[in-house]
Design a protein around this ligand. Sequence first.
Ligand code: NDP
Length: 293
Amino acid sequence: MQLLDGRKLAEEIKKEIADEVSAFKATGGKTPHLAAILVGHDAASESYVAGKVKACAEVGIRSTLIRFEENIEENILIEKITEINENNDIDGLIVQLPLPGHISENRIIETIAVNKDVDGFHPVNIGRMVIGMPCYISATPAGILEILRRYNIRTEGKLCVVVGRSNIVGKPVSILLSQKGYPGNATVTLCHSKTINLKEIASKADILIAAMGQPGFIKADMVKEGAVVIDVGITRIKSDKTKSGWKLTGDVQFDEVAPKCSYITPVPGGVGLLTVVSLLKNTLLAAKKSIYN
Ligand code: NDP
């Protein structure tokens, strides 16, 4: 079994991005600038946004964090997004999800300018991804592809099972892995909570991607000998073994599944770190106007 080491990979790629940012600036380019909107004080969202801000600083990308209280009205948020859309100094904009229940996430996502949508959640970017046009690919699916690519994992002709059909992870990664090219050309089955015989389907997978948010759901008897297992799940659970009183847990029972795998991502230290790196890459693409003018 080989560990797909997200930490090592993320450090490597961050160095490459930092070099690219320096080279861009040396040839007269601007400092890439990411704006992040955070609504409320959800602990997980706070820590994800803090991680993104820190990663920006590490590679020479400027970031601006804009905070709103939980009870912010939707129209105020929309006004702020519109203002950022029109601000030429800001290249990329993300709104940390989830948003409070009184705000429509779809309306907020659709308000973000397509050319600044570095999270790749806007329907235009998703549509372009589906038909293989240049676009911002959402950060977690892009991070998964990056892991496969950097570890030279073959995908062509492989049976890939994705468990979870969210718009930000499961659906896009299942589409990307079935596209022509590498990493792609896989035969993909997309599973969800209404799937019958999930265990039987999962245990046939050459590549199994778990993106459910159900800690430890994937057990050894659901995994084929020699499979590649990508654990996207991140759930904070209480722990008396950590200083913070919390620990992050994946969807895969790592200890019992790892010995059966050819490759596996750990949690933490796996996909999450590549997600942040992909966001940095998209922000640099936005500053360079590589996808949209
Ligand atoms: P969602 O909650 O939006 O979707 C979860 C999906 O899992 C749904 O499609 C749901 O099915 C399916 N599911 C839930 N329970 C079961 C079950 N028992 N059997 C089969 N399918 C099931 O999740 P997200 O995609 O937003 O996130 C998934 C996980 O990934 C979370 O832990 C999240 O924290 C993590 N995450 C990690 C990221 C990273 O960077 N590593 C980034 C984004 C998310 P149905 O549609 O039928 O309800």
